[in-house]
Design a protein around this ligand. Sequence first.
Ligand SMILES: C[S@@+](CC[C@H](N)C(=O)[O-])C[C@H]1O[C@@H](n2cnc3c(N)ncnc32)[C@H](O)[C@@H]1O
Length: 245
Amino acid sequence: MNTVEENADYAVSAEFYDLLQAEPDRRRAERWFAAAAGRARTGIVEFGAGTGLVTGVLLARSAVPVHAVEPAPAMRTVLMSRVAALGADRRARLTVHPGRAEDAGLDAVADLAVAANVVGCVEPAARRALWRAAARALAPGGLLLFDPPPPALPDAAERLGGLGPVRVGPDDYLAEVTRVPDRGLLRMVFDYRVERAGQTVREARESFPMWPARPAALAAEAAAAGLEFVPAPHPDLLAARRPAG
Ligand SMILES: C[S@@+](CC[C@H](N)C(=O)[O-])C[C@H]1O[C@@H](n2cnc3c(N)ncnc32)[C@H](O)[C@@H]1O
């Protein structure tokens, strides 16, 4: 059996991400963002586009330019494979920015910004930079939608469940997801496994720190960047607006 233990910037997870998560994540992106994307009239910015699961929904549900910002090379590699398979019309509307939110330098290009499964994954200084980048990328009146980080640390390790199995030829691909309190942070641990004929043939692990934060603290940070919290269109989401005028 081949066992790999790594902690890297999605370098392990990118291989498994779409296989195990594409369909549920795409359906979730439809619930969260399809209606808002359909209302966008100038542009959409997606911070932390990952492998492009949400990007595909934003392109399909809108008719405006879409900016996908993604710093991790492993995730961007999968994103670009997805881009290569897009029709020419959608590809013409997409710009990929290979850096962090604040590196993209986007200025008043959008009336909608989204960040799916991102805000909890960035450390506080980067989170504050993300609010500033969103405020700058949005035109006055523009809306940012995001799912919030967990509000607090769990008391003990919690098994969140499994992903898969998904069959590829003779092999089953699956993952176990656990969240663990770790010196004031929350660590999401993904244990990937490939099985053939009931035997494990390969294992890989990647874990990601997350920074819990309460909505009131997020609202204060966003306000400091010039964004005003407003009621969100979905119960899983928070929303902030760049004030008009
Ligand atoms: C958990 S993944 C979510 C990916 C995608 N949004 C999805 O829902 O499938 C978080 C992503 O945020 C990206 N990210 C991390 N820090 C970032 C930052 N400062 N600015 C923009 N993206 C960032 C990571 O590289 C990663 O691809």
